[in-house]
Design a protein around this ligand. Structure first.
Ligand SMILES: [Zn+2]
Length: 213
């Protein structure tokens, strides 16, 4: 099974992806995290990704295709988080496999920005926190490895703005394709983590995809 979850930055899709991956035993593929992991390697590719990401631009499809293909070689049941992000990426994916559910976590821009600016991450083990919703037990420290939490370069205002433009222009148009395939589902992302999770479970429990208007 392949579930693709998408939503603007700050919509809470990453948290929902983690919950779903665990519940349905899917490999959680966060392209953002894959790219970040790659960018930490001191290679030509790693350095290239790093400079593209810190500028808030979209990483070229050639790179994401390669990373995705490597994952597909080993895994069949995936929870795709933030991938595909553009029509090019979706085209490549559809050549290789098929998406069973495409779920949009829908949240307005103002609330999204509010959530993003409260995000923190652990630079050592890559765990994500949120000062409003997923607070670390000790202020500013990772619960697992006690490393000082940081704010990602791409969670800073200029990068956020650019990402939102990219999302509107490149990711949202994919909805038309998902709709045509009958796999598009939209959930309201403004509720609590639990409420949004439950809305998604309702979708996954029904066999036939209810058509989205
Ligand atoms: Zn940590």
């Amino acid at each position: 099974m392949i579930i693709a979850i998408f939503g603007s930055q700050g919509s809470g899709k990453g948290t929902q992806a983690e919950l779903l991956a665990e519940k349905f035993n899917l490999l959680h593929v966060s392209m953002g995290d894959c790219l970040r992991a790659e960018s930490k390697k001191n290679t030509v590719l790693g350095k290239k990704i790093k400079s593209i990401q810190s500028s808030g631009n979209l990483v070229p499809v050639k790179i994401t295709n390669k990373l995705f293909e490597n994952i597909l070689k080993k895994h069949k049941n995936l929870l795709l988080d933030g991938y595909p992000r553009s029509f090019d990426q979706l085209q490549f994916l559809m050549k290789k496999t098929k998406i069973d559910y495409a779920i949009e976590v829908d949240l307005n821009e103002r609330d999204s920005i509010k959530r993003i600016s409260s995000r923190r991450m652990c630079p050592k083990c890559n765990r994500n926190y949120n000062l409003i919703r997923i607070k670390p037990k000790v202020k500013g420290k990772c619960d697992y490895c006690k490393t000082n939490l940081i704010q990602r370069e791409d969670d800073k205002p200029a990068a956020i703005k650019k990402r939102q433009e990219i999302y509107k222009n490149q990711t949202l148009p994919l909805k038309k394709v998902y709709k045509r395939l009958g796999i598009l589902h939209i959930v309201d992302g403004s509720g609590s983590i639990k409420q949004v999770h439950e809305s998604i479970l309702k979708i996954l429990n029904c066999q036939k995809s209810p058509k989205v208007k």
